[in-house]
Design a protein around this ligand. Sequence first.
Ligand code: NDP
Length: 254
Amino acid sequence: MLERLAVVSGGGTGIGKAIARELAADGCRVVIVGRRAEVLERAREEIDRAVGAARVVPLKADLTDSHQVSAAAESIAELGPVDVLVNNAGAVITEPADDSLAALADAWRRDLDTNLLTAVLLTTALLDRLRRPDGRLIVISSAAAQRGGAGPHSAGSYAAAKAALHGWAFGLARQLGPDGITVNVLAPGYVADTEIFGERWTPEFHAAKVADTLVGRAGTPDDVAAAVRYLASPAAGYLTGQVIGLNGGAVLGR
Ligand code: NDP
């Protein structure tokens, strides 16, 4: 098979970096998109060294900004049709600054922008560039979309933004299926060793998340990357319009 082109948003850190490494190891050229050039450059060096080939293309863009997304899509278009698009960028936004409705509205807007709009803008900008047939569109959501976010404020908006990705992806699966493009959502449970929790991460937090699972361990970025590798593969051509929970059984509960 000729070298395929993959795009991974948020590919400079955590889960996205593991996905980029996995797709690069699978022979793809991989564009990693994020806001911090130095982080992307470090990831490029690390992944290229790991796979022993120059496969990673760093691309700096804030995916909440439609102008930056348009410019990024133009750069990507120069590399050829996109075989695999992984919408992975996201964040747990900080709590509202105070108890006012204005602060709540601000926090919700930031969560929806970062966890929903990033995927919608990048996908829309690249829609005409997706490989037809055999393109693969993969969306990283969260178990929070299936369980609800624990907390009144930003946890709720994070879960709501991730759940909105599901409905959006179902529509895209209908729209793109006739073109031979599959669209699936991976909803990971707790994945350790990423930047997303920042100062919220504590050993107690970790232990509670592990206790939630049926398998007695946290997920890893490599767990998610392995599932993406399968969804991106030719073998997964009959799988579309699905939300796949990758959570060690945490959504089922004990
Ligand atoms: P990280 O914080 O390590 O990764 C998030 C990535 O998204 C970063 O590389 C960040 O890069 C990028 N990003 C955020 N905002 C933007 C933006 N506006 N434009 C471009 N890139 C952006 O966390 P994870 O690896 O844990 O998270 C990856 C995905 O997995 C997220 O969507 C998250 O919601 C989801 N997830 C994570 C779980 C976990 O337990 N870790 C569980 C379930 C889902 P930069 O800051 O440089 O822009």
